[in-house]
Design a protein around this ligand. Structure first.
Ligand SMILES: [Zn+2]
Length: 126
């Protein structure tokens, strides 16, 4: 990978991170406000709690993505960006293009995902 390509990915990642930081700030403020109003409204409590839960899970997944992006950025400065963390192979450019924050090649990603589930579906022959 050329320095120019790496630079481009770094810009994309930094842009995504800035965007995430902006949205979670908004989320934080919204959560704060609904927390305050919850105290004296009380009636629409269930509805508010539902919104709260959705917001919280969105915030959690944004948090995970932000961590991934920061990790990718640290790999850029460490000079290992674009290399699979599983097998050390080069991650195909098309894959990085689609998702600049990935740190595993497709094969390792699939092995990782199937490894986290228990072995099922391969039995019951007949
Ligand atoms: Zn790999």
């Amino acid at each position: 990978m050329t320095a120019e390509q790496i630079d481009r990915y770094r810009l994309i990642l930094e842009g995504q991170l800035a965007q995430l930081a902006g949205t979670s700030e908004t989320h934080g403020r919204l959560l704060d406000e609904s927390h305050v109003t919850n105290d004296f409204v009380g009636a629409d409590r269930a509805a508010e709690l539902e919104t709260f839960e959705v917001d919280a899970s969105v915030a959690a997944s944004e948090h995970r993505l932000a961590a991934k992006i920061r990790h990718a950025l640290s790999r850029i400065s460490g000079g290992t960006y674009g290399l699979c963390e599983g097998c050390g192979d080069t991650i195909p450019a098309a894959r990085l293009e689609a998702k600049p924050s990935v740190s595993l090649c497709l094969a390792c990603q699939e092995a990782h995902e199937s490894g986290s589930e228990s072995e099922s579906g391969s039995g019951s022959g007949r």
